[in-house]
Write a protein that binds this ligand. Structure first.
Ligand code: BYC
Length: 475
């Protein structure tokens, strides 16, 4: 049966006028739905969920709320409005008209960037697929599904670019985006963090705070791209991404708040007592933070990267908020980067700025991560507890780049490898931590009720009360 694409797939790319593209998407769509049913959220596909759907890019249409069954979600394709006579804003081609078609000489690099971005979207849905079974409230369940359907839409956004601009190899790449699976031993997702299990809600909140924020910074860099359709797609994705990070920041904040309430009730800051009372203690929260922050830092690639230099020089991938920088060409400039000196110390190395793009983007990301941590610490301080959450050093627990595999403390100091191994349980979640956290994960589905380990949110979604039935479970 013919599909009315304007209706079925809300879009502002005039989909119905492009038969070739329609056919490609027609072929891909059932595979996407099969993937969603098989590897998307487990157990709630028949439930009515209070979801936000983008039906246009303007202020009114990008957030249309209503009850939807997830498989009926209208995964749309939206590009931010086109800027008349837009020019490439950085690199060797600066000042030239932005490309509306893929420039032949940059085809492979662009495809790699789009595929890598696209791969993370379904990966995160796969990682989170079982969380609904242990949701701490209907409010949280709804937020999980909002994040999931929007990651699905972001996959559509990248598949649209592959189908519309990369011909047959684009279509093949789009199929492969559904064939790789998070955590698979023979066909895993491309980037490390997207193969890590997310089997409890503390991990989910950490992921949405730290890993979705990598998404924000990568999307900001791609929103600068001289390839205009990519830039415009990423600009619009960023509007949705904000909610995902809100889920992370408020989620961690509510776990901290609940822990402080328990500490007050019990009259102790003993982590074991907090655990016995059904909470998550602050040192455990710190260890989860150490893990997800360091893993997310790896997502920026190596500090010194010729790939990053090539993408910048070509005008394909800029720095987040490129206009804030003075020099947009960086032809002969250098940047100092701390690197290991090979003797257990740290050296400042001068490298061409173009090769330091991953370091520069990561540094902006770290500053952004600090904001939530400060907010959580204010809550802790106000409660009178003697504890501070801190981001570990960017050198700690790294698997990618110059600091990978080195025995470095969360403070960023080299330590003896044996000592380092012995301290792992102080710094990173232990099996006992994970067991405790997993043990607290019981499903709570009475409207307005919360699990023991998390405080209620300050307000509901879209001005609705917290007690609203955000997910109407199928009978
Ligand atoms: N794990 O020169 P290098 C999001 C690979 S998140 C495994 O160091 P480059 C979201 C790299 O691919 C944002 N492999 O780095 C969040 C390369 O392999 P090839 C996703 C890694 O290329 C939550 C090799 O190592 N978007 O949207 O400058 C939920 C050497 O690479 C890792 C993007 O990432 C790793 N961590 O930069 C849902 C943007 N890191 O190609 C969604 C697109 C590096 O030599 N991607 N490698 O085989 C990029 O811009 C770049 O590919 C990277 C790496 C920033 C990832």
């Amino acid at each position: 049966m013919a599909i009315n694409y304007q209706e079925r797939i809300p879009n502002n790319v005039d989909l119905s006028s492009d038969r070739r593209l329609q056919r490609a998407l027609e072929h891909w769509q059932p595979k996407f739905l099969d993937w969603w049913m098989e590897l998307g959220p487990e157990g709630f596909q028949a439930a009515d969920v209070y979801l936000r759907t983008a039906t246009s890019v303007d202020a009114k249409g990008w957030a249309t709320y209503g009850a939807v069954k997830m498989p009926d979600y209208r995964w749309g394709i939206f590009l931010a409005d086109r800027v008349e006579d837009r020019r490439i804003g950085f690199g060797d081609n600066m000042g030239e008209p932005a490309w509306q078609q893929v420039p032949g000489e940059h085809r492979a690099t662009l495809r790699r960037l789009i595929v890598t971005q696209g791969d993370t979207e379904p990966a995160s849905v796969e990682q989170q697929r079982l969380l609904g079974l242990t949701c701490p409230s209907l409010y949280d369940l709804r937020n999980l599904f909002q994040v999931n359907v929007e990651e699905g839409r972001h996959l559509w956004a990248m598949v649209y670019l592959l189908h519309a601009h990369f011909g047959r190899d684009g279509r093949e790449e789009a199929e492969l985006l559904l064939a790789r699976h998070s955590g698979s031993s023979d066909n895993p997702r491309i980037l490390g963090t997207f193969n890590e299990p997310i089997s409890d809600w503390l991990s989910f909140f950490m992921f949405t705070y730290f890993t979705d924020r990598d998404g924000k910074y990568q999307l900001k860099s791609l929103a600068e791209s001289g390839f205009d359709p990519l830039a415009r797609t990423c600009q619009f994705m960023l509007t949705e991404e904000a909610h995902h990070m809100f889920v992370g920041e408020t989620g961690i904040g509510r776990v901290v708040k609940r822990c402080l309430e328990l500490m007050k009730e019990l009259g102790t800051d003993d982590p074991a007592a907090v655990r016995r009372a059904g909470g998550i203690d602050l040192p455990t929260i710190q260890r989860y933070m150490n893990f997800w922050f360091s893993s997310s830092l790896d997502l920026f690639g190596a500090d010194i990267s010729s790939n990053a230099a090539t993408s910048f020089a070509a005008g394909l991938k800029g720095r987040p908020d490129e206009t804030r920088y003075e020099d947009h060409v960086e032809a002969d400039t250098v940047t100092k980067i701390p690197v290991p000196d090979g003797k257990g110390g740290i050296n400042e190395e001068e490298v061409p700025t173009r090769n330091a793009m991953n370091y520069i983007t990561r540094s902006a990301y770290i500053r952004d991560c600090e904001i939530g941590v400060k907010r959580w610490n204010r809550t802790i301080e106000k409660a009178g507890a003697d504890f501070q959450l801190t981001l570990p050093s960017e050198r700690f627990n790294r698997k990618i780049g110059a600091w990978a595999g080195l025995p470095i403390t969360p403070e960023g100091k080299f330590t003896d490898p044996e000592k380092h191994a012995a301290m792992a349980g102080e710094w990173l979640p232990t099996e006992a931590d994970r067991q405790h956290v997993r043990g607290l994960m019981v499903q709570v589905t009475d409207p307005g009720k919360m699990a023991s380990w998390i405080a209620p949110p300050d307000r509901g979604i879209n001005n609705l009360p917290v007690e609203y039935e955000y997910v109407h479970l199928a009978n």
